[in-house]
Design a protein. Structure first.
Length: 289
């Protein structure tokens, strides 16, 4: 079963249970690391041990006791934790040392480019082709989202609806509840939620999958509950140097999916866009120059 396209190692199964199996002293050592991963993710094992007033060998033994194969693998996990639990304050404080306004502007653009490049390097185009087939075969396509991701849902719904496909967005707790109640194995569900994941989106995806729908998660970390609750997941970073999340990479991911959906049945798409083109040339909605 597909879970992610990135090569990041998965966290040990039942990590919480492994933590409980550690001695009280070792639990006290590891707790601040897991509670504040951004403060420790870039530290070497020696630097981490010094900060926690212990020795490197103890850190390595704790890491192995948690089920990680190496300290580097543990660092990958801390990186994903820092993404999942990031707050607006965290991202606002993550900028560079140059305090000038132009520097902040350029840093924001550079982070967006980094997010976009990360998507390009990790995305498996063949998976999008396979997903495009499901779009054309589905009885219904349901998009689940909340908070800022609502805008992604509406954007994608609008674009797909141009092709006449049966797509519906659910962006409130009540609508998600009512829409997923009637899904079945003929339906496709796209759940969008970043960082820790919104409860309404995650639980909606879980319920939809329990009813047989094929569920696809859109998230930014393999620690997202959508990675466990969906049949497959696509990752797109929302890392930012300011207070808000960056949706450059998620929008690019949806644009790539739209390209696959449109090209999958190209002749059918061309027939539809010919009608659309006529309206775009002569429709009353457009201002005459």
């Amino acid at each position: 079963m597909k879970r992610k396209e990135a090569a990041s190692p998965a966290p040990p199964y039942h990590l919480a249970e492994r933590i409980d199996q550690l001695s009280i002293k070792r639990q006290e050592i590891i707790r601040p690391i897991l509670e504040h991963p951004r403060e420790y993710v870039l530290l070497s094992v020696r630097a981490m041990a010094k900060r926690l007033h212990t020795d490197p060998a103890t850190i390595v033994r704790i890491v192995r006791g948690l089920g990680f194969g190496s300290y580097r693998e543990f660092q990958h996990h801390l990186h994903e934790l820092s993404l999942a639990f990031a707050t607006s304050l965290d991202t606002m404080q993550s900028g560079g040392r140059d305090p000038s306004m132009p520097a902040h502007v350029l840093e924001s653009l550079e982070q967006d480019l980094k997010n976009l490049q990360g998507l390009k390097n990790s995305l498996d185009a063949q998976r999008l082709v396979s997903l495009a087939k499901r779009f054309h075969e589905a009885r219904r396509i349901v998009i689940l989202a909340g908070d800022l991701a609502v805008h992604l849902a509406h954007y994608f719904e609008y674009q797909v609806s141009l092709l006449g496909l049966p797509i519906f967005s659910a962006t409130s707790t009540g609508r998600i509840l009512h829409l997923v109640r009637s899904v079945n194995k003929q339906d496709l569900v796209i759940a969008i939620s970043f960082r820790r994941g919104l409860r309404q989106t995650v639980e909606g995806a879980q319920q939809a999958r329990s009813r047989g729908a094929y569920c696809v998660g859109i998230a930014d970390t393999y620690l997202s509950p959508l990675a466990r609750g969906c049949n497959e997941i696509f990752l797109a970073s929302v890392e930012s140097t300011s207070f808000g999340a960056s949706y450059v990479a998620p929008v690019a991911l949806f644009d790539s999916l739209l390209a696959a959906v449109g090209q999958y049945r190209r002749s059918q798409t061309l027939a539809i866009v010919k009608e659309i083109a006529e309206e775009q040339r002569k429709g009353f909605r457009w201002y005459n120059l």
